[in-house]
Ligand binder design. Structure first.
Ligand code: MET
Ligand SMILES: [Zn+2]
Length: 756
């Protein structure tokens, strides 16, 4: 058991960068408000970086990454460093003017008067958002920044020999989008050679200052498009590899396997090591076998899950690593991806149930798992490791399982010829939430701290509902909502009330920029002890004669925005959530609610990165939605809502969900999806968002009218619903009132023109 093995190194891809107490969020926000200076912000950031290095060293990690810190986003950092900044933002600041430099950086992320920010989109299938660079044929990448060099030197000064991490050139270009001025058909990846020059300069520069190894992250290789780009991959790393005076190169991918073809290309290229995610799918090992191992190329083996919160099954991971020893001369134990996707430290959680706590590992604990595995592999920790218990215990509930088993397939179908009562033509409604005012937030915080009674807090909520109902009646909307004032978050609100979920006190994860979320932990079989929304929805209904729409968060979205158990397929877990929602929907119906919306905001987000996995996913995702909604009477109107417009990949799913009304973002995509649905003969209701709620701008009656006329042309007036493109919770009442009035007026005009 204690035979000394080869020397094995340990590494992590990255670490939470927001700080143990979300220091980065606070520091950025005060800087934005002008309360602090650039120097003060930089000081906090430097402290946070050093804290990460210190934690990783204390855990015993050998290869500590640098340049994984960011003030907002690592893709944005890369764009700025290579001067890939759209013309609507001012030209580079005079060297040395740090305040100017930071202002421009944040302007790209947050926009300026007259200069909308870069688009934000999800980083692969995670809930982290990156900023999308805009490139055009005339874009000239050049190295103008030195963030990786400066952070390497800063770390070195503090006594840490780090490994700088860069977003790889292929991933960077494939995640960018063509700027408006780019000719149709042009793709950012055509800038590869020019960008490689700039990357090359940076690489050599890093070598000059003493970096021994640089890691290039190429997660794009986990997608179909990335896997098809192996020629470019080979070209990029042959080019970078040929530079003299360069550090060693490690190319890492994550969020899925990269396929044998990409692996072969990297093995044959001059790069010294390849990093693979061996957690997300089981294919990585087969790929390694298919290329007969890596031989002299090092392997960084991601065996500790970087994006979920469960303890690693140490014996199993250790066995995997044992196999890998035969496939490379140089093995490094690592995480599957950056730990920025999990909370920082489990020790900060004091009120989790102990049996659950014992099954969890956050970033701090995961770094230690990596080190333990490394020691076991090199024979230094055999006993320790062998004694480690298996991970996540199963928390099962026989009643939930029995109920699901007993469901007959007929129970999952609503009659195809159902005829829900018409509200339209051009029925007007909203997506659910109304502005979360500071008064509401204060009341919630005070209640959480125990400073107010339940009754007092409920009274605040009832007053808010009164106001939201009165406002909607005044505006003249057709189907009203209660406004969701009781919800801090559309997932957490339900997670707090369902069995099988736990919520954390400090489990913050960066979602974008300074925005952090605390994903709930779905650890056991899910059930609903009592009704979750009926009280508020019924109260709202009691205040108006217009129909009030009940609001539930759908099963896929509940999963997408939580950390989910891995001891059973996601689809099985989704069914349990769906069953609880089915009960809730039934209770709403029994309470007289005639419209029920089940939001599937994240249906697109969980869509697998690779086409070949999509059909299976859509099957269970659609099945879960149907399970949640099919118990309702044929005369209840089932609504659903999705938050995105690039819709090709899921248009079939929209039809399959079989909701009576689907609201979806369309404001920015010129009603393309309505056209597509019209073409396909879609026969249910559709509510293309008629204006973009992500901006405070109030849309004019005329522009909404134009959008509606276009939509009427494609699907006719009867099935067309009129609504904003998402919930209104992030907006203010002033703009919301005006925007909705304009929306209702636009609908009235279009109806009048149709003689209705
Ligand atoms: C992100 S989708 C939001 C849907 C939810 N009903 C809301 O209006 O806020
Ligand atoms: Zn939405």
């Amino acid at each position: 058991m204690t035979t000394p093995g080869p020397t094995v190194r340990t590494a992590v891809h990255g670490y939470p960068r927001i700080g143990p107490d979300r220091e980065l969020k606070r520091a950025c926000e005060s800087y934005w408000k002008g309360e602090t200076t650039a120097a003060e912000l930089d000081e906090v950031s430097a402290r946070l970086r050093k804290d990460v290095y210190a934690r990783l060293r204390a855990a015993g990690v050998d290869d500590i990454p640098s340049n994984t810190f960011s003030h907002y986003d690592h893709v944005l950092d890369t764009a700025v460093m290579f001067d890939l900044v759209p013309a609507r933002f001012a030209s580079p600041a005079a060297a040395g003017d740090r305040d100017e430099e930071l202002r421009r950086y944040f302007a790209l992320a947050r926009g300026l008067q007259g200069a909308p920010p870069l688009e934000m989109t999800k980083w692969f299938d995670t809930n982290y958002h990156y900023l999308v660079p805009e490139l055009a044929p005339g874009t000239r990448p050049r190295l103008v920044g030195d963030k990786p060099v400066a952070e390497f030197l800063e770390a070195a000064e503090a006594g840490y020999r780090t490994r700088p991490v860069l977003v790889g050139p292929l991933t960077f270009l494939m995640l960018s989008k063509p700027a408006d001025e780019a000719p149709p058909g042009w793709e950012p990846v055509e800038l590869l050679d020019q960008l490689l020059d700039a990357y090359g300069q940076l690489l050599v520069r890093l070598g000059e200052v003493g970096a021994e190894q640089v890691r290039f992250d190429e997660p794009i290789l986990a997608t179909d498009a990335g896997r098809r780009a192996t020629d470019r991959l080979g070209h990029a790393y042959r080019t970078l590899g040929a530079l003299t005076g360069r550090p060693r190169i490690l190319v890492s991918s994550y969020f899925g396997s990269i396929g044998a073809e990409a692996l072969r290309v990297l093995k044959e290229s001059p790069v010294e090591a390849v990093g693979l995610d061996l957690v997300t799918d089981a294919e990585g090992i087969a790929d390694l076998a298919a290329v007969s191992g890596l031989g002299g190329t090092g392997l960084v083996a991601g065996v500790v899950d970087g994006r979920n919160v469960w303890r690693t099954d140490v014996p199993a991971a250790s066995a995997t690593l044992g196999t890998l020893l035969a496939l490379t001369d140089e093995l490094t134990v690592s995480t599957s991806c950056s730990l920025m996707h999990v909370p920082l430290d489990l020790d900060a959680e004091t009120s989790l149930p102990p049996e659950l706590r014992g099954a969890l590992a956050f970033a701090e604990q995961k770094a230690r798992e990596v080190v333990l595995l490394g020691r076991m592999l090199s024979g230094q920790a055999a006993e320790e490791g062998a004694g480690s218990p298996p991970p996540a215990p199963s928390f099962t509930d026989a009643r939930v399982r029995a109920r699901l088993d007993a469901l007959r397939p007929e129970a999952l179908e609503r009659p195809a010829d159902r005829d829900v009562p018409a509200v339209g033509p051009l029925a007007t409604t909203t997506i659910g939430s109304f502005p979360q005012t500071s008064e509401l937030r204060r009341a919630r915080a005070a209640h959480r701290r125990g400073e107010t009674t339940r009754e007092e807090y409920d009274e605040v909520l009832r007053r808010e509902i009164d106001r939201v109902i009165a406002l909607q009646e005044d505006i003249g909307l057709d189907v009203l909502v209660h406004g969701e004032p009781e919800r801090n978050d559309m997932v957490q609100y339900f997670a707090e009330q369902l069995e099988g979920f736990a919520t954390t006190e400090n489990g913050w994860v960066q979602s974008y920029g300074s925005r952090c979320v605390r994903p709930p932990i779905l650890f056991g079989d899910v059930s609903r002890p009592r009704a979750m929304t009926v009280e508020w929805t019924s109260y709202a209904q009691s205040r108006t004669d217009k129909p009030v729409k009940g609001m539930l968060t759908g099963p896929v979205t509940m999963l997408a925005w939580s950390f989910v158990r891995t001891d059973q397929p996601l689809g099985d877990t989704a069914r349990q959530v769906a069953l609880a929602l089915r009960d809730e929907a039934a209770d709403l119906e029994r309470a007289g609610i005639r419209h029920i919306q089940v939001d599937e905001a994240a249906l697109r987000e969980l869509l697998p990165l690779r086409e070949e996995h999509r059909a299976r996913y859509l099957e269970w995702a659609v099945g879960a939605f149907r399970l949640a909604t099919s118990g309702l009477s044929p005369s209840t109107t089932v609504h659903t809502h999705m938050c995105y417009s690039e819709f090709g990949a899921v248009v079939g799913a929209v039809e399959a969900l079989d909701a009576d009304v689907t609201s979806i973002e369309a404001a920015r995509s010129r009603m393309e999806l309505v056209e597509e649905l019209g073409r396909r003969g879609y026969k249910r209701g559709i509510g293309p968002g008629v204006y973009d709620i992500h901006s405070p701008r109030v849309p004019s009656v005329e522009e909404i009218e134009a959008a509606l006329r276009l939509a009427v042309r494609h699907v006719g007036p009867e099935r067309l619903w009129v609504n904003p493109d998402c919930g209104l919770k992030t907006r203010g009442y002033e703009e919301v009132g005006q925007a909705l009035r304009n929306m209702v007026e636009a609908a009235r005009r279009v109806r009048a023109a149709l003689g209705r």
